[in-house]
Structures are given as C-alpha cells and as structure tokens.
Design a protein around this ligand. Structure first.
Ligand SMILES: C[S@@+](CC[C@H](N)C(=O)[O-])C[C@H]1O[C@@H](n2cnc3c(N)ncnc32)[C@H](O)[C@@H]1O
Length: 361
C-alpha cells in the first residue's frame, strides 16, 4: 500500500496548527460535506477543515492515479520539465499529488483559483516542499475561470488538472463539448487532462455523460478508467455510477479528527477521467466492482468494449494460475486468458484460466 508522504503530513500539521483546534475542525467538516453534496462552493470559513481532511485525501487520490499513468501514456512523464496547469487548484491537492507521485523531475506549476485564501495556503505548502527540491516553480493566477477565459489561455501544458473543481466551475448542468475542446487545446503534444470528482452519483454520472459525448464525437482518447472507446455500459443502467473505492492508510491526524465523526476514512472514494488528444497503450480490463463473495464462489465485474461482464470463479477451481482473482479490487487493471465464455456478459474462470493484475491503485 502506498504511504502518505511524511513531508506532507508534517506540512499540514504545521500549517493548520492542529493541537489548538481539533474540535473546530470536526464540526466544520460536517458542514463542509453538506455544502459539497449540494454543489455549493467552498466557504473560506472552512479552510482549515478542508486543509486538514480534504486536502490530504484529495492529494492521495491524485498521487495514486498519477503513478498508474506512465505505463499507459509515458510521453508527458519524459519531459525534462513537467508543466502542470491546476485549475481550481485550492491548497494544491492536484499539483502536489502529482509531484509526490512522480518526483525527481523539474516541475513548473501554474495554479488558477478564484480564492485568494486558497492560493495563499497553496503558497505556504509550496515553500515547504521547495525546501527539498529547488527545481519546483509555481505561478498563481487569482481569477474566476470561465469558458471564455479558458479559450484565451495561450500556454500549453503536459498536464491539465481539474481536481474536485468541475462541480464549482460548471454548476449542475451538463458539461458542454466546447469546454472539452478548450481544455484539450491547453495540452501540449501527448499531454493529459485529469479530472477527479467526488464519488457522488450526480457528479459521476455527469462525468460519464461527458465521456460519452466525447467518444461519440471522437473528440478525445480515453486513457483511464476505460480501456476502450465504445459506449459506457454503466451509463445505460440508471442506478449505477462508475466510481472507485480504494483502501489506504490515512495519516494519524486524520484518525484523530475522525474520533466521534466515525467516517469511513480508510477508503478513498472517487470517480475520474483521464483523456488526451493522442492515443495511449491499450491492454487489459478495468475492474468496476469490489470482489463479491457468494456461497461457493466469488465474482467481480469488468468493463469491456462489449459491455459490463460478470467474471466468476467457483472456489473449487482456485489454482496458482488464477489465484490473483482473490486479491481483486475496484479500479485494478487486469488480464484474463483462456476463460470459459458462458455468455457474452458472463465469463467463468476455470482451473487453467490465467488471471493477472497488471496494475492497481
Ligand atoms: C473543492 S475545491 C478543490 C480544490 C483542490 N483542487 C482539491 O482537490 O482539493 C474547488 C476550488 O475551485 C475554486 N473555484 C471554484 N470556482 C472557480 C472558478 N470559476 N475559477 C477558478 N477557481 C474556482 C475554489 O476557490 C476552490 O479552491
């Protein structure tokens, strides 16, 4: 399991002055979640609560996601200086998550945010992290981003990030293709656009719809989570939304904040989309459920270009060829060979079937 970076943990403790205000942070976190679930903007009064809880959680999501991308889309990682545009950067969960997931490169970050306080806090973190790496550069732009201002933006980046910002930048309505075109045009050759959203059904289905119109109009190549460019099988099922639940070990201070709140803090829940103007390497299937245990058998679901497929194995068919089946988690990229095709959407893993996890969060 990837560890939360110690240097970020210390930086948060220093910036938020924890010992003085555990109780405050707890009560403000409750209000903050309420705002998010109603698509409301981040209220500056909750800054410390956000920094103490949402910032590390979001940073970790970004860090885990970025670690998966070099295998699938290596080019933007090979630049001598990696240029990153973080839109609605806030405290910097996106840009710093990317940094701690990649490290050992020169980085040039641009952070855009409409909040002066958020940018100020981002600057505090930046100065702490720069002490260990003089090759970090940042520039900030305090502005309220609109579609028009996106179009006017002239520079090009290896990564363009929207980390938990779509809900604030584009309120509940459908996201238009104009937006996607403008965002893609901000990427340098082979650059990536990374969007992370909370795992709420409303946010996620909106992202799924956006992906659907992108592939229908052949606007972008999808890098993750989908490994194909056909219709999203989950979009047709009204009760479903494509989100991921990833176990992690939260830092000690989050465990302390959680006393009395009793949130499920050992799971990162999110939905996401990584797109590019250029194609990626395509192999494997994405697991889109947890491993589900039933009497005498286990199963999970994968996303394929022909739709959602249930993959099952009877316990008595467990062999060394297929025992990675037992470790499956949502979001894994896997390979399955030599299975028994019971139906197009039902694959049976048999004794001689090979199941390999190629990559996981
Ligand atoms: C939920 S926070 C996400 C911050 C950070 N990306 C993260 O994941 O922790 C949303 C951020 O977007 C900023 N924001 C909202 N609407 C914006 C707009 N139209 N232009 C620029 N920034 C905006 C807010 O000030 C806030 O810092």
């Amino acid at each position: 399991m990837v560890r939360f970076p110690q240097v970020v943990e210390s930086a948060i403790i220093r910036v938020v002055r924890f010992s003085e205000q555990y109780k405050n942070i707890r009560s403000r976190l409750i209000k903050l979640s309420d705002h998010f679930s109603r698509f409301q903007k981040t209220d500056p009064r909750y800054r410390d609560a956000y920094t103490a809880y949402n910032f590390p959680v979001n940073l970790m999501k970004m860090m885990l996601l970025i670690k998966r991308l070099p295998l699938l889309h290596p080019e933007p990682f090979q630049k001598e200086t990696i240029r990153v545009l973080d839109i609605g950067c806030g405290e910097g969960a996106g840009m710093f998550g990317l940094y701690f997931g990649v490290k050992d490169r020169k980085f040039n970050f641009t952070g855009i945010d409409s909040s002066k306080e958020a940018l100020k806090r981002n600057g505090q973190f930046f100065r702490i992290f720069k002490q260990d790496n003089p090759d970090l550069r940042v520039s900030y732009s305090k502005k309220r981003l609109t579609l028009e201002s996106l179009k006017r933006h002239k520079k090009r980046y290896n990564f363009v990030l929207f980390i938990n910002t779509l809900a604030e930048i584009i309120s509940p309505k459908r996201i238009g293709l104009e937006f996607v075109k403008s965002v893609l045009s901000l990427t340098a050759e082979n650059g990536l656009v990374i969007i992370i959203e909370p795992a709420l059904k409303s946010n996620t289905r909106r992202l799924m719809q956006l992906r659907e119109s992108m592939v229908k109009n052949r606007l972008a190549h999808i890098v993750l989570p989908c490994r194909h460019h056909n219709s999203c099988p989950l979009l047709k099922i009204e009760r479903e939304w494509c989100h991921f639940v990833i176990p992690w070990r939260p830092p000690e201070f989050i465990i302390s904040i959680n006393q009395g709140l009793n949130r499920e803090i050992d799971r990162l829940k999110f939905s996401y989309l990584v797109i590019s103007r250029s194609p990626s390497r395509y192999f494997g299937y994405t697991v889109i459920s947890q491993l589900l245990k039933e009497k005498g058998r286990k199963k999970f679901f994968i996303c394929t270009e022909k739709g959602r497929v249930e993959v099952f194995r009877l316990n008595r068919d467990t062999t060394s060829q297929n025992n990675e089946f037992d470790t499956i988690n949502s979001g894994d990229l896997i390979e399955i060979d030599n299975f028994n095709l019971k139906r197009a959407n039902l694959w049976r893993i048999e004794k001689e079937t090979s199941v390999k996890v190629l990559q996981r969060f």
